[in-house]
Unconditional design. Structure first.
Length: 52
């Protein structure tokens, strides 16, 4: 687990290792206890058009 701090605008820095591994785009899910960042694949929008 990694601890990150938010800046005054709410931005966080994940670091280059995480960006290289997961990419730069994340979906944010929140509930009363947790904030979860889920990586979004680069071809996420195109995956709907592919044949199964």
């Amino acid at each position: 687990m990694q601890t990150v701090l938010a800046d005054n605008k709410g931005g966080i820095t994940l670091g280059t290792k995480i960006i290289r591994k997961y990419g730069q785009k994340f979906a944010v899910s929140c509930d009363s206890k947790y904030i979860v960042l889920t990586p979004i694949k680069k071809n996420f929008n195109n995956s709907k058009n592919k044949n199964p």
